[in-house]
Design a protein around this ligand. Structure first.
Ligand SMILES: NC(=O)c1ccc[n+]([C@@H]2O[C@H](COP(=O)([O-])OP(=O)(O)OC[C@H]3O[C@@H](n4cnc5c(N)ncnc54)[C@H](OP(=O)(O)O)[C@@H]3O)[C@@H](O)[C@H]2O)c1
Length: 392
């Protein structure tokens, strides 16, 4: 296959074709233009975040990729965790081989998973998008991120932005709502058809994932009980929650005992909540518990990939079996990039059934402050980064 790298700015004048171990063919272009981005050159606390105006302009490696000019991005806990080095061993295995294996390092690394922006350039097999399209996307953590003027994404990660949202609003949703989607749909088998009549408990309902999950479940007709601090009750009600539990007011266990059992539990908090919550599912009725807080990447960081995977496999299998014999499906949930699901979510947004929940909007210069805010906890929805000032 002969691929020519077509840059919107005609940056790549001498494309050369590189075979890539059977994964496909990609181009290597002489890059002469740079862009601003927030990068890290080592793992650590907030001081490692560095604004760099001379990051190499990204190029299309595969024919199914697009380059997006990022108008807005948002911060997720994964950004803070990755800044600290979380997941590095596993993520390096999936990173662009040109970047990691040939240069021997993943740095400089650009964080940021959410993007809303404009398609600037399309790979040769891209049919669904064209330059100028307004899109939103969640980029997986093994790729260079969106705290940059431009980002490369595969078409399966991208979707046309809901028309009713500005870029600032759109950037608040993709990573969080696709995580909720992966947990509820892929792990627990929920859908528009299966939600009506189902009782769902969300533990940790006031942050990015929780506020997205409530709205998705309500759009599909489920009964939602939200566990959050009391000062988030007004927000929960606005988003459609049917019942709310203030975990700071009294022991969660006692409060759950006063409710009917649940069909599904989404646990965004983990730790001791896991064993506690599992008692409150309807046994032998297909009920599922899914947690987003898993030791998968941590085990690989601590033990290396082989031993880490072994420990993870044993832990997961023993929990699945233990609860299976009690009539409960036990699952781990993971973010998965998913453009087609973003298309469906976009329709719900344009129909007024899902809205962005934005706590803060900060300019591109203030990425470190956005990290600090998220790290301090108590998020109420999302903090958005305006990479492009919409007033200019
Ligand atoms: N597995 C994956 O692929 C994946 C993907 C995305 C996120 N995650 C994980 O999922 C979790 C949630 O993500 P997020 O983006 O929603 O985080 P977030 O935006 O930081 O929100 C966390 C929310 O939980 C609330 N909270 C804290 N302790 C609580 C408790 N004991 N009970 C109920 N609510 C509590 C916080 O508010 P208050 O402290 O004020 O109550 C905050 O509103 C994070 O741990 C994240 O790392 C995993």
């Amino acid at each position: 296959m002969n691929i020519v790298c077509r840059s919107a700015f005609h940056l790549c004048r001498r494309p050369s074709i590189i075979a890539d171990g059977g994964r496909g063919v990609h181009t290597s272009c002489r890059r002469s233009i740079v862009m601003p981005a927030w990068v890290i050159d080592k793992y650590g606390d907030n001081d490692v975040l560095r604004f760099n105006e001379n990051v190499l302009f990204p190029i299309i490696h595969y024919p199914n990729e697009v380059i997006i000019k990022v108008h807005a991005a948002s911060v997720n806990p994964i950004d803070v965790n990755m800044r600290n080095g979380y997941g590095a061993k596993s993520l390096n295995m999936s990173r662009d081989p040109l970047n990691v294996k040939m240069s021997g390092t993943e740095f400089p690394l650009t964080l940021g998973r959410d993007a809303s922006g404009t398609v600037m350039e399309c790979g040769l097999s891209v049919r669904y998008f064209k330059p100028g399209d307004q899109v939103w996307a969640a980029i997986p953590p093994w790729k260079q991120g969106t705290f940059a003027e431009f980002v490369v994404a595969s078409v399966n990660e991208v979707s046309l932005k809901p028309k009713s949202l500005s870029h600032t609003e759109a950037a608040s949703l993709p990573y969080a709502i696709l995580t909720a989607w992966a947990a509820l749909v892929n792990s627990c088998g929920l859908s528009k058809e299966k939600c009506p009549g189902k009782r769902v408990l969300i533990i940790g309902s006031s942050g990015g994932v929780g506020t997205a999950a409530i709205q998705l479940l309500k759009a599909w007709g489920a009964h939602v009980t939200a566990v959050c601090s009391g000062n988030a009750f007004t927000l929960m009600k606005d988003l459609g929650a049917d019942d709310m539990i203030d975990y700071t007011a009294a022991r969660l266990e006692e409060q759950l005992r006063t409710r009917e059992l649940f069909d599904t539990i989404l646990d965004n908090i983990g730790g001791t909540h896991e064993e506690l919550a599992l008692q409150f599912l309807k046994p032998w009725s297909g009920a599922s518990y899914v947690t987003l807080v898993t030791p998968f990447l941590y085990n690989n960081d601590q033990l290396g990939i082989a031993d880490g995977m072994m420990r993870t496999g044993v832990t997961l299998a023993s929990k699945v079996m233990k609860h299976y014999y009690k009539g409960i499906h036990y699952r781990w949930g993971f973010f998965a990039p998913n453009g087609p699901s973003l298309d469906e979510i976009g329709e719900l947004v344009d129909a007024g059934k899902i809205r962005p929940v934005i706590e803060n909007v900060v300019p591109f210069t203030d990425v470190p402050q956005a990290f600090k805010k998220l790290e301090a906890g108590h998020a109420r929805g999302k903090t958005v980064i305006q990479v492009v000032d919409p007033k200019k």
